[in-house]
Design a protein around this ligand. Sequence first.
Ligand SMILES: [Zn+2]
Length: 277
Amino acid sequence: MYDKINNQIVDLNKLSKGYISVDLHCHTKYSDGVNTVEKMLQTAKDLGIGLAITDHNEVLGSRYAEKLIKTNEKYKDILLIPGIEVSTKEGDDFLFYFSKSEELLKFYTVEVKPYRLKRYMFTGTTINVEKLLDSAKNYDCLMIAAHPFVLKGFFSIQRENTFDLDEKIQGYEAINSGIPNFGNSRIQRYLSHKTNPIITAGSDAHSYKMLGTGVTCIPKNLNIKTAKDFIDAVRSKNNIICGKTVRLGRLTINHMFFYNFILNKIKKSKIFRKITN
Ligand SMILES: [Zn+2]
């Protein structure tokens, strides 16, 4: 039997015998991912997992995926959890999951869209972290701190603000297979002092090749059929999580978007234009 946290390379064949697995964190072309929604859906189907498309400050990918699943026989029966990854001006990211896509749209329209920065693929916002965490109360959602100890990290927020972060956060992404190992070890050490916190795992895939390398799993006997069933089971802490930081080569593929970004910067630079003209 599995422990609640399995820091292992995901074996979907083995898991599928007892669990429904969902990759709760991935990106598409609608933010800074390299693949289309169709490619991500097809990959999830081939792997036999569900997914949450959590584009940065954007819902078009998740909404489009829902439409495809409803209308296209090819993608029928894929379990999709409506979701989004929201950036804050303090530099930390939060994942939000919804039972209904309409609720995700409402949240996005009111809490995210007005504050998006036209930075590369809208990956930045001017949202204040405390305001964002408070807003979660007004929606039927599950809010999860994404990779809490990378980027600026939890401690910076706690130092710079007067509020108690832990009081406002509902759950934690305790395995993100797209970040270096130390990030996962640090959050797991942090959580070891808490009694049974809400935890999730995801791949943070920016390429379809990473999909399924971090998964949140619910026992099959709980008969999960809908996004609501899945979120409720995670909220009730009936899940286990699996995943491990993938090899450097695959991380490189995952971050292809970063190289594209650098390439575009170079192409736009004065020196480059001088050379090529
Ligand atoms: Zn992400």
